[in-house]
Design a protein around this ligand. Structure first.
Ligand code: GCO
Length: 451
């Protein structure tokens, strides 16, 4: 049986997507508050002011988690709720909220796993340059210290940054996400370096203040290439395509994970650095390379490749009319086989799937229930592949389904639903979907009910 007795089954959410904005409760604004106010940026014109109103309804939400048998919960902290200006004065109310939330989780038998940054940069930090200002690494470390000092006696695991690929790539490179900038490659590299430094300094702050057995990591996008067949050549081509960088690319796994785990940038990135106006400082790489306890990866889908005549990877097109999610993402369950396998081989750390799930358009049907057989099938297929990876010797410590409940899906607004629990945004009524009960049974059987 591949899932060990202590396998961490869980669900995930993020602060801005569920809580309701901190500024509504006396905290600060974030870059997402501002971005949502720009016409045309959010597909349905919505924002996170109220979202799932989790800030006011967290006790009910935690009770629902208990009812659904969820043992682990990955949540994030809103930086502007703790420090309305990003630095300086702490808002005690913000800390109290998370204090109470974590106590409620523990009282309900749910272990909290906390991400310190899931994209809601305080607006005032952005005004001071945001990720382009090297000092952000110190501001983020200070914020981390404040949070971990307060909550660290109770939190099972800590993650620093969620998906730097997205808050840099989508947020600063193509402008699809907050803060909506479109910067040049040098600026992107500089901002990425500052994000890596912030990660390293935050890890130091976590280690200094968390309980001794807390597990520490981060949650990047698990970008990888998948072999189209199991032939040695195709597998080799996919592995190389995953880890070989021929040019600077913010989406490439080694751009982020080589500095974090090996303390150095891939050669192609160093080459690019040599042409840049500003360089890393001596000692930076040692700060970035902090020992981590696991390799976190958010994995939804990946592309397939096969070995061309010269052995190099050639992309294989997704079949016409092939199954897709509401995002039009292809459904590629083997991403939960090859991703964990490749990352485990290269970085040598136990894998935690920090996100995986499916966006759909779900609604409450005439029988009062939410039937979402596609999501059940999706999760079943992906988890079978994860199980196969584990049977083949890949160490996987946990799996966090995205997401506990429907929520604000960034620039798509409320149109796309990823939850196990349906949220009616007009009434805030929660309705567990069929998948929530399916997942409950799966957890209870420790994976034995996978079909
Ligand atoms: C992520 C995003 C989540 C999204 C989810 C679905 O970490 O990828 O942060 O917040 O909602 O991935 O797109």
């Amino acid at each position: 049986m591949p899932f060990p007795a202590d396998f961490r089954w869980g669900v995930a959410t993020a602060s801005y997507q569920i809580e309701g904005s901190p500024y509504k409760a006396g905290g600060g604004h974030s870059v997402w508050d501002m971005f949502c106010r720009r016409p045309g940026k959010i597909a349905d014109g919505s924002n996170g002011d109220v979202a799932c109103d989790h800030f006011n309804r967290f006790r009910d939400d935690v009770a629902l988690m208990k009812e659904l048998g969820i043992p682990n919960y990955r949540m994030s902290i809103a930086w502007p709720r703790i420090l309305p200006n990003g630095t300086g004065k702490v808002d005690e109310k913000g800390l109290e909220f998370y204090d109470q939330l974590i106590d409620a989780l523990l009282e309900s038998g749910v272990n909290p796993h906390v991400t310190l940054y899931h994209w809601d940069t305080p607006w005032n930090v952005y005004l001071r340059g945001g990720w382009l200002n090297r000092e952000i690494s110190d501001w983020f470390a200070d914020y981390s210290e404040i949070v971990v000092k307060r909550l660290g006696d109770r939190v099972a695991s800590w993650m620093t940054l969620n998906e730097p690929q997205c808050f840099i790539g989508l947020g600063m490179e193509n402008g699809h996400h907050a803060p909506g900038d479109k910067l040049g490659q040098q600026e992107i590299l500089w901002a990425s370096h500052n994000a890596l430094l912030a990660h390293g300094k935050s890890i130091q702050a976590i280690r200094a203040n968390a309980k001794a057995d807390a597990r520490v990591g981060w949650a990047p996008v698990g970008s990888c290439s998948l072999p189209a067949t199991n032939s040695r050549e195709d597998v080799e081509a996919a592995r190389n395509a995953t880890f070989e960088m021929t040019k600077f690319d913010t989406w490439a796994t080694p751009f982020w994970s080589d500095p974090v785990f090996f303390g150095k940038y891939p050669a192609a990135v160093d080459e690019f650095w040599s042409t840049c106006y500003r360089q890393p400082e001596a000692g930076d790489m040692a700060i970035i390379q902090q020992p981590l306890d696991f390799y976190g990866a958010n994995i939804y889908h990946s592309g397939h490749v096969l070995a061309g005549a010269d052995g190099k990877a050639e992309e294989v097109a997704y079949p016409q009319g092939g199954a897709r999610t509401i995002y039009h993402w292809p459904i590629t369950p083997d991403a939960l086989y090859w991703g964990p396998k490749f990352f485990y081989e290269r970085y040598g750390k136990p894998i935690v799937i920090t996100e995986n799930g499916m966006g759909l358009s779900d609604w409450v049907q005439t029988d009062g229930k939410v039937h979402d057989p596609q999501r059940i099938d999706y999760l079943n297929r992906y988890l079978k592949e994860l199980e196969r990876a584990m049977a083949d010797g890949v160490k996987v410590d946990g799996y966090f389904q995205w997401s506990f409940m429907d929520n604000f899906e960034w620039n798509e607004g409320y149109r796309f639903r990823f939850g196990l629990v349906h949220v009616d945004y007009q009434t805030q009524v929660r309705t567990p979907k069929d998948s929530a009960y399916w997942y409950r049974d799966l957890i209870e059987s420790n994976g034995a009910t996978l079909a």
